[in-house]
Design a protein around this ligand. Structure first.
Ligand SMILES: NC(=O)C1=CN([C@@H]2O[C@H](COP(=O)(O)OP(=O)(O)OC[C@H]3O[C@@H](n4cnc5c(N)ncnc54)[C@H](O)[C@@H]3O)[C@@H](O)[C@H]2O)C=CC1
Ligand SMILES: O=C(O)CCC(=O)C(=O)O
Length: 416
């Protein structure tokens, strides 16, 4: 039987736990998600019918602080996926040294099939259902696949009806007008670009001469491409989203492509300035850097052998399966793991939360400078641990992250 996503995630965790000789009692605790809420809720559709939806919110571990992590809307959402994403958040927050544990949520829905009013009613009802489980000091959601600043605004409004006072810090990734942080929308992509540049330095590769393929052209993919293009002068030769994949050996004008997408219902399909290729071909291009920034399991045992990129920077969560990862590493491909590569989003979410709690807001230069500094510091921690244990980047990142959470558990003690 195929392994579940959580079982695959445990494989990676287990390998790092073995390398660092993690205390077996703490290991047992960290392997399980602490709490998961399942909600079944009704939404009145535009034609008056009631449809039932299923949603989840998981808090994997809160030893280092309140749970933190996004909420995803997707037809393939399952409890297994949400618990795995929450598990990964625990390690990501720890790796960046944020005072948070790991959380994640999801609703099983195809939002493309909903009108804007249906999406709003679904968002409000879901947030009402989980309102007693989350909170500014307990569990702070944020955007993920198919959710955005507008959805966060509906969440805050719904939660505020519940508290009776404006609890802006209950979610991050909000519009700037209602307590969002400037720079949160680009943050995950900026983090990807910073980490790609640090990795290029280790590979002795001039990033301004690098070719890049990006899978996924939503928040993470498009900002990764834009910042690699605008700030680091890399050549983005291939991009894809759910609707199409395009190749242009001369490099895309990413701002033109973003403008096209924004006027084309959020999709790149039909873009005239590139050659259409298949989704599989995009992943297998001979490029310097591949940024998978769509969903889990993009690179598996089936296609890992055909990957030609020299560096993979995981914009998405879990885009490479553990079996594929072993193949990539054995081929000498440098893989920068998700918990490091895409941590820029949660880092600026942390900045947003701090700004909300203090009601004192920073400017864009400040946000960017602090983010860059923290991403570089995390990269350096991982690179040092990689050397110390003579392991790959993913194992090293887990060792750093697990060590901090294990220390927190040890200090707090496990209630007898
Ligand atoms: N939004 C954020 O701040 C963060 C997101 N992530 C992760 O990054 C990934 C992407 O998230 P977002 O950009 O926020 O979502 P999004 O909903 O903004 O964009 C997802 C993109 O992936 C594309 N896509 C879906 N299936 C595809 C396929 N089979 N092939 C090619 N493209 C496909 C969609 O068309 C869309 O362009 C997810 O794994 C998410 O968990 C990780 C850290 C933070
Ligand atoms: O910004 C956040 O709090 C969480 C982002 C997230 O869900 C992720 O990093 O996967």
């Amino acid at each position: 039987m195929a392994k579940s996503l959580y079982q695959q995630a445990l494989e990676v965790f287990g390998h790092a736990a073995d390398v660092m000789q993690l205390d077996p009692n703490i290991r047992k605790f960290l392997e399980r998600p602490q709490r998961t809420l399942i909600v079944e809720f009704p939404v009145v559709m535009d034609d008056g019918r009631v449809e039932m939806f299923t949603g989840y919110r998981c808090q994997h571990n809160t030893a280092r602080g309140p749970a933190k992590g996004g909420i995803r809307y997707h037809p393939d959402v399952t409890i297994d996926e949400v618990q795995t994403l929450a598990f990964w958040m625990t390690w990501k927050c720890s790796l960046l040294n944020l005072p948070y544990g790991g959380g994640k949520g999801g609703v099983k829905v195809d939002p493309a099939k909903l009108s804007k009013h249906e999406l709003e009613r679904l968002s409000r009802r879901f947030f009402y259902e989980i309102a007693n489980f989350i909170g500014e000091k307990r569990d702070i959601p944020a955007p993920d696949v198919n959710t955005n600043a507008q959805v966060m605004a509906w969440y805050v409004d719904t939660y505020t009806m519940h508290t009776g006072y404006p609890a802006l810090g209950v979610v991050t990734g909000k519009p700037v007008e209602i307590g969002g942080s400037i720079g949160r929308n680009e943050a995950t992509g900026r983090g990807v670009a910073v980490v790609a540049s640090e990795a290029c330095k280790l590979l002795d590769k001039d990033i301004s001469k690098a070719t890049v393929a990006v899978q996924g052209f939503g928040n993470v993919g498009s900002f990764s491409a834009k910042i690699l293009h605008d700030d680091y002068k890399a050549k983005i030769v291939a991009v894809s989203d759910v609707s199409a994949a395009y190749y242009n050996p001369d490099g895309f004008d990413i701002n033109d492509l973003i403008a096209y997408r924004d006027n084309n219902k959020g999709l790149i399909n039909g873009y005239p300035k590139g050659q259409k290729i298949t989704h599989e071909e995009l992943l297998e291009l001979d490029v310097d850097i591949l940024v998978p920034a769509a969903l889990e399991n993009a690179i598996t045992e089936e296609n890992a052998d055909r990957i030609k990129a020299k560096l993979i920077v995981e914009g998405a969560n879990g885009p490479v399966t553990p079996a594929a990862d072993r193949i990539l590493v054995s081929k000498g491909i440098m893989v920068i793991p998700d918990i490091l590569a895409n941590a820029g989003g949660v880092t600026v979410s942390y900045f947003e939360w701090v700004q909300d709690l203090q009601s004192f807001f920073w400017d864009l230069d400040d946000v960017r400078a602090k983010l860059t500094k923290m991403m570089r510091a995390a990269f350096a921690d991982v690179a040092e641990t990689k050397k110390k244990y003579n392991v790959d980047f993913r194992t090293a990142a887990y060792v750093v992250a697990i060590e901090r959470v294990a220390q927190a558990v040890k200090l707090r003690g496990i209630y007898p």
